[in-house]
Write a protein that binds this ligand. Structure first.
Ligand code: UT7
Length: 349
């Protein structure tokens, strides 16, 4: 009888251990619209100049999804099709689709349901997650838990924003910063212990964040009306200096926390993948971490801030450049509206 109990508890233990296998990224993809909006183009629209934009942000150009009939779901669909193709699987193998975005095609249905329809992922459930610029890492952390508990085998996580749909191109303080783009991954159980998404620290602070970076109309507080349109309330408002200060502190602190929790020294990390809002924020984070410039991923110069798109686009580019190998150690960090921020430590499998 006792032998039987021991046997069953061993089986249970083995199953739990198996269920606790970490989640690993197996495939990456990105989509950037072809149309370029350069600093010189913006000079013709606003009182700004290329030198100021490059010195203050590191941005030279950004991509814009021009077709008025195409929205965030289109960019996600392009990413999703590439992901399936690269992984060599059918859409019906996907269990769950999470779309991180703050520019959904419409308030409902979710953009995730639209993407499910585009690729025909009939066995997937699907939902959107809104954590602004931290959307992708919040979604990646969420998806990892569904893999770790053993109930899901293949999850698509896509970060995408059509920022041009909520930018006031008469406001030079925000128009220069943002671009459109999408990036995504397929997440699956890691094949070996010690690989995949190993740790995550996530934070939100609505008390200090809610008034500094927002779009005040279009939701249930200020539904669309002539008044909200006249007051330009359907565009992004940002207190740039305030957000900048908070971003520098929070990104450096969360990077330090994830490093110390995992006994990582800066030399141990192969790549820091920071949210791409401003090259000065990226530099300050890297400096506080003591990490060499060559290990800091940056494409903000070419794409601007694509909000939930930045980190998965960076991952897709690292992958295209064949810089991701079994054992490559990555720290992802982000900060955005809410405020929301966080860090993820992962070892590529
Ligand atoms: O991803 C979500 C999180 N968002 C961010 O992380 C963005 C955080 N903020 C920033 O990146 C920066 O604060 C900005 C790039 C938005 C602004 O840079 P800054 O160094 O903080 O500039 P500032 O707002 O302090 O403005 C400095 C000066 C001002 O002129 P005065 O008052 O000194 O005469 C602005 O009016 O620069 C002026 N200015 C501009 N000049 C030329 C502001 N925007 C522009 C512009 N072109 N586009």
């Amino acid at each position: 009888m006792l032998g039987c109990k021991v046997f069953f508890s061993l089986i249970l233990h083995l199953n739990i251990d198996k269920q606790r296998m970490k989640a690993a990224i197996t495939t990456t993809a990105k989509y950037l619209p072809a149309s370029i909006l350069s600093n010189h183009d913006l000079e013709l629209m606003l009182e700004t100049n290329d030198e100021w934009i490059r010195a203050r942000t590191g941005i030279s150009e950004r991509r814009i999804l021009k077709d008025s009939d195409k929205a965030t779901s289109y960019m996600c669909g392009e990413v999703a099709k590439q992901l399936l193709d690269k992984r060599g699987i059918d859409a019906d193998e996907i269990d769950l689709i999470i779309i991180a975005t703050m520019t959904p095609d419409m308030l409902f249905p979710s953009t995730a349901c639209l993407v499910q329809s585009i690729i025909g992922a009939k066995n997937a459930w699907a939902f959107d997650l809104n954590a602004a610029c931290s959307g992708f890492i919040f979604a990646l952390n969420t998806a990892s838990k569904f893999i770790e508990c053993g109930t899901h085998k293949k999850i698509m996580v896509i970060g995408a924003d059509k920022m041009s749909s909520i930018i006031d191109y008469t406001d030079r303080s925000t128009a220069i910063l943002f671009g459109d783009g999408a990036g995504g991954i397929i997440l699956e159980p890691a094949q070996e212990e010690g690989f995949g998404v190993l740790d995550a620290c996530m934070y939100s602070d609505g008390t200090n964040g809610k008034n500094h970076l927002l779009m005040s109309a279009g939701g249930s507080l200020n539904p669309a009306s002539h008044d909200t349109i006249d007051k330009r309330m359907h565009y992004i408002y940002q207190d740039g200096r305030q957000v900048f200060k908070s971003a520098v502190i929070a990104m450096a602190e969360v990077a330090a926390e994830i490093m110390s929790r995992n006994n990582l020294k800066s030399d141990d990390i192969d790549y820091l993948v920071p949210h791409q809002a401003n090259q000065r924020i990226i530099n300050a984070t890297a400096e506080r971490m003591g990490i060499d410039d060559t290990k800091v991923v940056s494409n903000v110069g070419r794409y601007g801030n694509t909000t939930a798109g930045t980190i998965p686009i960076c991952l897709a580019e690292l992958d295209e450049q064949q810089k991701l190998h079994p054992g490559t150690k990555l720290v992802l960090v982000s900060f955005g509206a809410g405020y929301t921020w966080g860090g993820i430590y992962m070892k590529w499998q």
